[in-house]
Design a protein around this ligand. Structure first.
Ligand SMILES: NC(=O)c1ccc[n+]([C@@H]2O[C@H](COP(=O)([O-])OP(=O)(O)OC[C@H]3O[C@@H](n4cnc5c(N)ncnc54)[C@H](O)[C@@H]3O)[C@@H](O)[C@H]2O)c1
Length: 376
């Protein structure tokens, strides 16, 4: 449909809080024409009054044949059906986080996109955040030493979501940041959530084991906190790094550490401790709006027929961790993460093996929300 000099036709499905930001940024990127798809006419009208818009429709099917690509910014349980509809029609898709709420369906989307030669991208916005790039650079310098552990907190008096809990709403950001800066993905997860003000978790704690790196990470997410906190702390052998998205100096590297005197290894209780207090460095971060970088990457991937950094696989990796976390919350056990590539399980037959069977066999794949996920 799109000739070399024709503008790329991109529809934003869901023009609410986050979709409206996609519309704003897309409207400012040369070579793109934006269409609005939202079942709520007032949302569409608000956008159409502020930005140049090609088409406006209440449902995707009304305009799908006029589009080259879509951005899906609807509630998470609708992502799968909308993405499948687009990919089946030969339309590229950028799906907001989480890609799906079920591993099998994420795998299905990946396979569909690959078969059709289409771009499937996930909105892991923090992987386009220059401060996160700077954090990755800092912890991967040899002087940082081995990463000992990571702590990540994403707290706020947050908006209670209708279709997912705080784990699925906020933790995708932290998991994608950790996977990105470590260049790895967790092998097992332990998680517990608290249902304080609603019938779904509004506070959750996750522990992740990155076995191949021998690194542990903890994540705390909350919709019920007086402070807005977006902070990731990485403790290394020689240095410590803090990424605070609320601070003016987003990245700080601390020349701080502690060692048992005369030893380089693990601290023994009876050995005196020696503390190092050195300078604190805040590297300059050439900040650009992450959503703009993400959408430019989507456009480039479509035009050059290449994989974007946050491709469907990266979306699946995060969904798999969330599914394992959910099982851990129910069972109170550490759960190995299944990334959908185990040869022993036929992922196209989700009913072939129940969640309980998977827990017993140490494999977690299905989310509680997956039940409703097919609805658009
Ligand atoms: N990447 C990020 O930093 C980030 C930040 C916030 C939200 N998000 C994600 O964005 C998505 C949307 O979140 P939100 O807070 O903007 O939600 P929202 O409720 O504010 O907006 C959702 C919009 O989608 C519309 N909608 C729902 N189903 C539809 C359908 N089938 N067809 C057409 N329109 C439909 C609704 O009318 C609504 O206007 C979620 O997946 C969320 O996780 C991502």
């Amino acid at each position: 449909m799109n000739g070399a000099t024709q503008p790329l036709q991109i529809g934003v499905v869901g023009c609410g809080y986050w979709g409206s930001k996609h519309v704003r940024v897309l409207a400012s990127i040369p070579g793109i024409e934006v269409s609005l798809i939202d079942r709520d006419e007032t949302q569409r009208n608000a956008m159409a009054n502020s930005y140049p818009v090609k088409y406006s429709a209440a449902s995707l099917e009304e305009v799908l044949d006029k589009l080259d690509a879509i951005v899906i910014a609807t509630p998470p349980t609708s992502h799968y059906a909308l993405a499948k509809q687009a990919l089946q029609a030969g339309v590229h898709a950028l799906v907001e986080k989480p890609l799906t709420t079920n591993v099998e369906r994420a795998v299905e989307l990946l396979e569909l996109a690959d078969r059709r030669g289409l771009c499937l991208m996930v909105g892991h916005t923090f992987e386009f955040n220059p401060a996160v790039w700077s954090l990755a650079d800092a912890i991967n310098e040899p002087e940082f030493g081995k990463v000992r552990y990571i702590n990540s907190a994403r707290l706020n008096l947050g908006l209670y979501q209708q279709d997912v809990d705080v784990l699925w709403d906020l933790a995708p950001h932290d998991i994608s940041i950790l996977n990105y800066i470590l260049g790895s993905r967790p092998s097992s997860v332990s998680s517990w959530g608290l249902k304080l003000m609603a019938d779904r978790s509004d506070v959750a704690y996750l522990s992740l084991r990155y076995d191949e790196l021998d690194v542990s990470a903890n994540i705390h997410v909350s919709w019920l906190d007086p402070m807005k906190v977006r902070r990731t702390t990485v403790v290394g052998e020689n240095r410590m790094a803090v990424y605070d998205d609320m601070a003016e100096e987003r990245i700080r590297i601390y020349e701080k550490g502690v060692k048992a005197e005369g030893q380089s290894g693990t601290v023994q209780a009876e050995v005196p401790m020696s503390y190092r207090h050195g300078p604190i460095v805040s590297p300059f971060v050439d900040f650009k709006e992450p959503l703009r970088l993400e959408l430019e990457a989507f456009k480039t991937a479509i035009e050059t027929n290449s994989r974007p950094a946050t491709d469907g696989r990266s979306g699946l990796d995060v969904v798999a961790v969330l599914c394992a976390a959910e099982v851990s919350d129910r069972t109170g056990q550490w759960v190995p993460v299944s990334y959908g590539d185990e040869p022993s399980i036929d992922l196209r037959e989700p009913d072939a093996c129940s969640v309980d069977d998977r827990v017993l066999s140490g494999v977690a794949q299905t989310s509680a929300f997956g039940v409703n996920e097919g609805a658009i």
